[in-house]
Design a protein around this ligand. Structure first.
Ligand SMILES: NC(=O)c1ccc[n+]([C@@H]2O[C@H](COP(=O)([O-])OP(=O)(O)OC[C@H]3O[C@@H](n4cnc5c(N)ncnc54)[C@H](OP(=O)(O)O)[C@@H]3O)[C@@H](O)[C@H]2O)c1
Length: 277
């Protein structure tokens, strides 16, 4: 085994949080035989549910004062809103402190420990669905080289696709992921509602969604765009807007259609410029 593979076996890890990400990361680390000594969570029942999914014996607590001080690594995976306040309440030490957020600074740990960083898995993760970590990009950032090596070693136990980045890159990746994943999924939710109102199952959308994904993987998303907005079919867009009249989706439809047209126009400008060169 290479040096960076041996490091996590020596880590004694405290998991802070027992939500979607904490659960799936803890299961992955447990499967990789990393030592988890404790799970802290505000709600004990969630920590207990997580503990029961692990193969090793792990203590749990819902008291911040009971978080053990002699661990080597503290993995925070809580709501981004709660993260700074929680860190504030935990006694500092010289262990490695890391969080899993795409858009939170690593410096929030600076007053607590000299060694800190970020392990941001760019995947949509839910407690109820076992995450397949193979190939999942994990973006890491560290306060110092030693911390970087330890975070890389830990991340390598979860996925082989570990990418070192800086804060600006991580923020951009997170923002892009919100558009590509969270917003796309919200569009599915809107589609499901529109169909439900006409007693049609969301199942009819599934092949369309799959083909949209496949196209985005195989060609530039900008080139893959179809639909009334990119064709400038104003008559059809008017009909759609009439169907949505007075609903929050009316404004959303207008904004997104305008943006699709804007992207289409910019694409033509770029293509023309390229042609002229
Ligand atoms: N899920 C994803 O797909 C995903 C992907 C990439 C990164 N992340 C990152 O992972 C982190 C956790 O996200 P998640 O999706 O796992 O969230 P989540 O499922 O909503 O879980 C939130 C966790 O934060 C705790 N929490 C919330 N408010 C708290 C407070 N005021 N004080 C103490 N603890 C509090 C919750 O405790 P209770 O059980 O007591 O409510 C729970 O353990 C975030 O930094 C997020 O950006 C998530």
């Amino acid at each position: 085994m290479s040096d960076h593979h041996t490091i996590p076996a020596q880590e004694r890890i405290v998991i802070i949080g027992a939500g979607n990400m904490a659960t799936q990361l803890a299961i992955a680390l447990d499967n990789a035989h990393c030592k988890i000594v404790q799970i802290y969570n505000r709600t004990l029942a969630a920590a207990d549910a997580l503990r029961r999914q692990l193969q090793q014996e792990v203590s749990i607590t819902d008291y911040i004062s009971e978080i053990c001080h002699d661990a080597t690594l503290y993995l925070f995976s809580v709501s981004d809103n709660a993260l700074p306040g929680l860190i504030d309440k935990i006694q500092g030490n010289d262990a490695l402190w890391i969080h899993t957020a795409g858009s939170m600074e690593s410096e929030i740990f600076r007053d607590k420990t000299p060694h800190y960083g970020v392990l941001y898995p760019m995947q949509t993760v839910h407690k109820s669905r076992k995450t397949d970590w193979r190939g999942v990009p994990i973006f890491i950032e560290a306060s110092d080289e030693q911390a970087g090596k330890r975070i890389e070693a830990l991340a390598t136990h979860i996925s082989e696709n570990v990418i070192r980045c800086d804060s600006a890159q991580r923020r951009a990746v997170h923002l892009a992921a919100v558009f590509a994943c969270n917003f796309s999924n919200h569009m599915y939710a809107i589609a499901a509602r529109l169909l439900e109102a006409q007693d049609i199952s969301f199942d009819v959308m599934k092949l369309l969604i799959r083909e949209t994904e496949t196209k985005a993987e195989q060609m530039a998303p900008l080139d893959a765009q179809t639909g009334p907005a990119i064709r400038h079919d104003e008559n059809v867009m008017k009909k759609h807007l009439a169907l949505l009249e007075g609903t929050p989706e009316e404004e959303l439809y207008r904004l997104i259609s305008l943006d699709i047209e804007r992207y289409g126009q910019n694409k033509n400008i770029t293509n023309n410029q390229t042609k002229n060169l």
